[in-house]
Design a protein around this ligand. Structure first.
Ligand code: NAD
Length: 293
């Protein structure tokens, strides 16, 4: 295989996009990160700087290497900067309409042989790939949050994904220091197929008054040795993303066991999206998170 990746594009500079840009630049790739919101692009770059600085403080990144990695990343709003990328990883909001609009803009500017990966948590890779001019060069590359710290990358083949595309992305995941696992293209793949119904059930447990936020999170941390309680984890993932994944499971598998909890719907309608908006099942405005129920 003579295909060599040198420059990687990332669409979306939110918590996942900036994490993906971080690990790619750290592994030596040139990176361009795009966001439709110029403030988000700038904030993403600043977040990478802060997160890399933390790695320097922990002694796992040399200061000089950090400066070089940071210098390999550019950020902005212009798709033309993807013209010389061999791979673009889409990591924008979990919404099929938004992702399809991005793919339309992307295929108009990238090289004919460039690969596209999506970091979607749940949406069909086959359907997203079919929306491009290159379903064979389209693949799911699902990183975990926070990207610099989590070891796993799920690699998802759409029905049309070429074997070469799959192998190149698997090799890339290893070069980024991650452990790849292969998942078939079913709603929410492996991790979120299992994790999100558990989180949704935790929200039902809260909704029905079985326990308070603290009781539920403490019970699951001490009772099952989960490092974070399910409600704390939901806030960390983003409640909008959690709801979007439940909708994909409910629609895609047509089973009422995936019905999103009405309380989760209400929180998202209120704009209470978790950590990223300052409030979810906890209020993050003070020094330490305070449960809201
Ligand atoms: P986020 O809300 O932190 O960031 C999304 C970013 O996408 C925002 O900066 C937004 O401005 C940008 N965006 C929206 N529309 C856009 C457009 N048309 N063009 C370019 N940028 C656009 O969300 P996130 O948590 O980073 O999630 C991003 C993707 O990663 C989603 O597909 C999500 O399902 C997936 N994912 C999330 C997690 C998680 O734990 N949060 C884990 C794995 C995968």
């Amino acid at each position: 295989m003579s295909f060599e990746i040198k420059k990687i594009g990332v669409v979306g500079s939110g918590q996942m996009g900036n994490g993906i840009a971080h690990v790619c630049a750290k592994a030596g790739y040139v990176v361009h990160m795009l966001d439709s919101n110029p403030d988000a692009a700038k904030a993403g770059l600043e977040k990478i700087d802060r997160n890399m600085e933390r790695e320097v403080a922990r002694g796992i990144f040399e200061p000089a290497a950090k400066a070089e990695a940071l210098a390999r990343i550019t950020a902005g709003t212009d798709y033309q900067a993807f013209a010389d990328c061999q791979l673009v990883i889409e990591a924008a909001t979990e919404d099929e309409t938004i992702k399809k609009a991005i793919l339309t803009e992307l295929v108009a500017v990238i090289a004919e042989d460039a690969l596209i990966a999506s970091n979607t948590s749940s949406i069909s890779i086959t359907r997203l790939g079919a929306h491009t001019d290159r379903p064979g060069k389209f693949v799911g590359m699902h990183f975990m949050n926070p990207v610099p710290r989590m070891e796993l990358v799920e690699i998802i083949r759409g029905i049309a994904t070429d074997e070469d595309t799959y192998s190149i992305i698997k090799e890339l995941a290893i070069k980024l220091g991650k452990s790849p696992v292969s998942a078939e293209d079913f709603p929410a793949f492996i991790v979120n197929r299992i994790l999100l119904p558990m989180i949704n059930e935790a929200v039902y447990t809260l909704y029905e008054g079985v326990g308070s936020v603290i009781s539920i999170d403490t019970a699951m941390k001490l009772g099952t040795h989960h490092p974070m309680g399910p409600l704390e984890l939901a806030d960390f993932i983003g409640l909008d993303t959690c709801l979007a994944v439940m909708h994909v499971l409910h629609d895609g598998l047509a089973d009422t066991k995936y019905r999103p909890c009405p309380l989760l719907v209400k929180y998202v309608e209120a704009g209470w999206l978790g950590r990223k908006s300052g409030r979810g099942f906890y209020d993050y405005s003070g020094d330490s998170p305070v449960p809201t129920r």
